[in-house]
Design a protein around this ligand. Structure first.
Ligand code: SF4
Ligand code: SF4
Length: 380
């Protein structure tokens, strides 16, 4: 199982296209497959943010991929569904709208869904994904490498979760509450993607790690950091693993990787061959996200109520930054957020909150941060 890491120091469309073609060639990708093919491209367009903030897959990478697909005779289709804001709004702020117009790209209607199946799932066997994927011959998964409050990192595995339409995503946090349950759900979805015969037979993951996000990602609270790498692999867990290693993250803190190995969705680390450009080494020790504490107790209802406030970090809005836009209220899957009682920040009901951190992820003002759980404060 191969992962290719290419050195790429800037968001220059031509330079990126050269590196991506080299990477795909090293993966023995058959470019003739692109001829007359419908190619779904799934970037990470979490929310409306400037490309420099590292919240989204940089538009230059998207443009380079579109050009490659067209150069080999394929038809690129943008498939993405932000949770709260409209795709049009996010595309405008991120610069994708200009590329879509200039390159005349079809934008998928992700509200038109179909069910895909995973008979070997750990728990979740059915998922709703955009129907257009059934018509596509190839899926290019195009994530951004970022930190994530719940899953530690978000990259190729987590990016596929973005194909679930809009606010339907946040409902999965109710079904899979703890960090481990949520990771297993993401892996169930990934397994559905690679086994359901209604989906494109080839999925290739190309990762934007030229600028990554560190600290309190994956939303605007995280900080951009230069890495200068584009990664590629047919296996989402393998590329997530290779980039996590490169940035110094502890693999044992990333459940989608450790559980992915255990479930046999990726060969063991010693069997992953990482082919990298000469200039690439452990070049940057990225700042991990704050430790939220153990979320395992969220799976046990009674203990959950008693202990979650002292064992798991809670999201706290900052009155100095909050603009009362209420996007956090919109995304909260359990309605733990209501209108402000002090005129400064929304009201949070922590007895209802399931610590999914969707509010933090979506807040456009970086106004929500994690308060250290009491137990962590006592023990330190
Ligand atoms: S905390 Fe953030 S998302 Fe929530 S209302 Fe304030 S600015 Fe908006
Ligand atoms: S308040 Fe925030 S962290 Fe808590 S459940 Fe709602 S969205 Fe998730």
């Amino acid at each position: 199982m191969n992962v290719v890491l290419k050195e790429c120091k800037q968001y220059d469309v031509d330079a990126i296209a050269i590196k991506v073609i080299e990477a795909l060639s090293q993966l023995q990708f058959d470019f003739s497959k692109l001829y007359n093919a419908k190619v779904a491209i799934k970037p990470n367009l979490l929310t409306s943010a400037s490309p420099e903030s590292a919240v989204v897959t940089h538009p230059a990478i998207f443009k380079a991929i579109v050009r490659i697909v067209k150069q080999y005779g394929g038809v690129p289709i943008l498939v993405e569904s932000p949770a709260v804001q409209s795709l049009q709004r996010v595309m405008k702020k991120t610069g994708y709208d200009a590329i879509v117009t200039e390159e005349d790209i079809l934008v998928a209607d992700t509200s038109d869904c179909m069910i895909i199946h995973n008979e070997n799932a750990h728990h979740f066997k059915r998922f709703e994904v955009p129907k257009i994927l059934a018509e596509c011959d190839l899926l290019i998964n195009l994530p951004k490498f970022k930190t994530h409050a719940l899953t530690h990192i978000t990259c190729a595995v987590k990016n596929l979760f973005g194909t679930i339409h809009g606010m339907k995503k946040s409902q999965w946090h109710i079904k899979a509450k703890s960090k481990d349950e949520f990771a297993q759900m993401l892996l169930d979805l990934y397994q559905a993607y690679i086994t359901d015969t209604n989906l494109p037979k080839t999925i290739v993951n190309i990762v934007d790690a030229i600028t990554i996000m560190e600290g309190d990602g994956p939303g605007p609270s995280g900080k951009p950091a230069f890495l200068g790498v584009i990664g590629a692999s047919y296996n989402a867990i393998a590329i997530d693993y290779a980039l996590s290693q490169l940035t110094g993250f502890a693999i044992e803190n990333i459940p989608t990787i450790t559980m992915g190995f255990k479930r046999g969705l990726c060969s063991t680390p010693e069997k992953i061959e990482i082919i990298k450009d000469a200039g690439i080494s452990l070049r940057y020790k990225a700042i991990p996200p704050k430790d939220a504490g153990s979320t395992k107790i969220l799976a046990i209802p009674i203990i959950n109520k008693l202990l979650k406030n002292i064992m798991i970090a809670k999201p706290v809005p900052d009155a100095l930054k909050c603009t009362l836009c209420y996007q956090c209220k919109q995304i909260c899957p359990v309605k733990a957020i209501s209108n402000s009682t002090d005129g400064k920040v929304p009201h949070y009901d922590y007895s209802v909150c399931i610590r999914c951190y969707c509010c933090m992820e979506i807040c456009p003002e970086s106004a929500i941060s994690l308060s250290k759980p009491l137990l962590q404060r006592i023990l330190k």
